[in-house]
Design a protein around this ligand. Sequence first.
Ligand code: DAH
Length: 331
Amino acid sequence: MHDPNEFEQLVADAEKALADTKTPDRRSRLATEYLGRNGKLADLIRGIKDVDEADRRKAGIAGNAAKARLEQLFDAAKNESAARPAEPVDVTLPGTSYRLGHYHPVTLVLRELEDIFRGLGFSVVDGPEVEDDWHNFEALNMPVDHPARDMQDTFYLAGSEDRRLLPRTHTSGVQIRAMEGAEPPIRIITPGLVYRNEAEDATHSAVFHQLEGLLVDDRVTFADLKGVIASAMRALLGADAKIRFRPSYFPYTEPSAEIDMSSPRIRGGEWLELGGCGMVHPQVLRNVKWDPAKLRGFAFGLGPDRIAMLKYGIEDIRSFFAPDVRLLEQF
Ligand code: DAH
């Protein structure tokens, strides 16, 4: 090096080169070219030792100043390009669209029913899908060897012979769970899956849903049961839906009935089965240590799968339990 002014020249060159540099890539290559360990600045600084004794100190100061200035220049350029997107955004391009999930049609019916019954003052409770013999049968007035157990073909869980655990055959056991250890009055519904050892066809599935209801208080009549079921079904199916009660038999209710419904918009007003119901049997109240002399109640069990089939015109109950997006996408 012969002249300390070479540093000033270097800074001026760098400034010019930077102004012509468009991409972050080129800019970082330029930074290495000027500021790198073997770059132009380092070259000049190495040359200071050859400067005349008299000018050497001045050259050193000029070298430091050039280094600071170059660093400042490249930093500023880098910050500026980071603040501004590399490519302009084309706001007219179509956006990224995501496929949304869908609710299962039975979930839709269950949610609607839950809302309706909540509006009638019922609370929604859950029960276990693996149930014991007491809650599924015995406490519901179906002792071992009671012929009514044959009404439901039951799976038993292997290895639970002592406790006789089973995938629940109905949600009625939750009635017992809700009353045990609680105080009357009670007003609950409980939706969920149940399991039966059944041959499957378009209207029978080994797994299906039920929606159970229970109301116990000091003065409850069959008229209350009819009123609750009728208003719930009209809320769900329309004000022109009709409800019919047919005498039936369940060990845990007396009297018992089967509920039919008919709507002009569903299968031309044909009568269709909705579920079972009745007045809670005194023995059931005794089994949970409630006093049948002071209390009355009603209970019901509805088939939400059936309701969803009718409401949405789905022909085969098995399609609810064999996931297929082509069905689900329609809801
Ligand atoms: N548990 C019955 C079934 O699975 C339905 C049922 C009938 C529930 C009468 C009830 C009831 O609560 O009172 O077929």
